[in-house]
Design a protein around this ligand. Structure first.
Ligand SMILES: Nc1nc2c(ncn2[C@@H]2O[C@H](COP(=O)(O)OP(=O)(O)OP(=O)(O)O)[C@@H](O)[C@H]2O)c(=O)[nH]1
Ligand SMILES: [Mg+2]
Length: 304
């Protein structure tokens, strides 16, 4: 039997700086919206699993928080999640935002992967917004820094080169069984995913420090036939932030609610009655019990 005829499977972690496009890539590879995406760094706080089942085999992707120097306890836990995600993986995908200049944050990522002894594919992402003449110098810069198994320019957003990437990943995966049923695309609970959708809509509707200071707890998730009753508490650190999220005459919160509800309805395939409350919890980012409650720092969002 030829090696390309074998059924292959394995775990593939997606790593990189915040905002490099990891969650966009996970969603595009799996073909489902699993991991939330925003233009604000440090959007992903958990390990998020996405499963791609094809005729050749099954790839289990792990989206991770962006690699950054941690300040708050929240960030330390996010980085712990990155380390935990590497355990037992067969392959690493390291994403860089090729549309920005190489800087100290990128060097930090290179040093991070140098310390691991894992086979790594480098993905130069966002080539849709990159001048063509910038690509070759970047490839040569990175190839001097680390012995990557492959270097592939992609656009996660436009799906450029993603089919090629999937074939390359299969090339490096071992023969093995399917770890999940073929129709399953994540192990995250719906309860976790709806909370993330609310957080995504808050991120997309706010700026500056708010995205970092916001978190969401799903207080109620009840399915009654064709209806889902969902109640989420949005937590911020200061009353001024609470006012920003609510907005003038409650308009911003209403908008956040409408956007989140629409996506929840397509996720759950039923009507959603959504209630949102905004609460103040000073310094929650350094509160271990509160972080435990949100399963931040545990190995998977599936726990929520
Ligand atoms: N132009 C362009 N934008 C992209 C591409 N991939 C991702 N983006 C944008 O980059 C921003 C960050 O994307 P995410 O997928 O949230 O990035 P991330 O690496 O998961 O970020 P963190 O979770 O914060 O670590 C979003 O605004 C995406 O739309 C791409 O290929 N091209
Ligand atoms: Mg992300």
């Amino acid at each position: 039997m030829r090696t390309e005829d074998l059924y292959k499977s394995g775990f593939v972690a997606i790593l990189g700086r915040p905002n490099s496009g990891k969650s966009t890539l996970l969603n595009q590879l799996v073909g489902e919206k699993i991991s939330i995406v925003s233009d604000k760094p440090q959007t992903t706080r958990h390990k998020i699993l996405g499963i791609l089942s094809q005729k050749q085999g099954q790839i289990i992707f792990l989206d991770t928080p962006g690699i950054h120097k941690p300040g708050h306890e929240l960030n330390k836990r996010m980085m712990r999640t990155v380390y935990d995600s590497l355990e037992g993986v067969d392959l690493l995908l390291v994403l860089v935002d090729a549309s920005t200049l190489f800087g100290s944050g990128d060097q930090y990522v290179v040093d991070f992967i140098r310390e691991r002894e894992l086979r790594t594919i480098l993905l130069l992402n966002k080539i849709d917004v990159l001048r063509k003449d910038k690509l070759l110098p970047l490839i040569s810069l990175y190839s001097q820094k680390f012995d990557f198994a492959e270097i592939v320019p992609i656009s996660a957003l436009k799906r450029d080169n993603l089919e090629l990437l999937i074939q390359l990943i299969f090339k490096y995966l071992p023969e093995g069984p399917a770890f999940y049923p073929e129709d399953q695309f994540t192990d995250c609970h719906e309860r976790f995913l709806v909370g993330e959708l609310v957080r995504e809509k808050v991120l997309l509707n706010t700026a500056e420090e708010l995205p970092y200071s916001t978190t969401v707890l799903v207080a109620r998730f009840e399915e009654k036939g064709e209806l889902a009753l969902i109640h989420c508490d949005i937590y911020v650190e200061r009353d001024s932030q609470r006012k920003i999220i609510i907005g003038s005459q409650g308009m911003k919160l209403k908008n956040i609610g409408t956007e989140a509800r629409t996506e929840m309805e397509s996720l759950l395939g039923k009507k959603v009655y959504l209630e949102l409350f905004v609460k103040v919890k000073p310094k929650w980012r350094d509160n271990p019990r509160f972080l435990d409650n949100m399963s931040i720092g545990f190995s998977t969002g599936a726990r929520s």
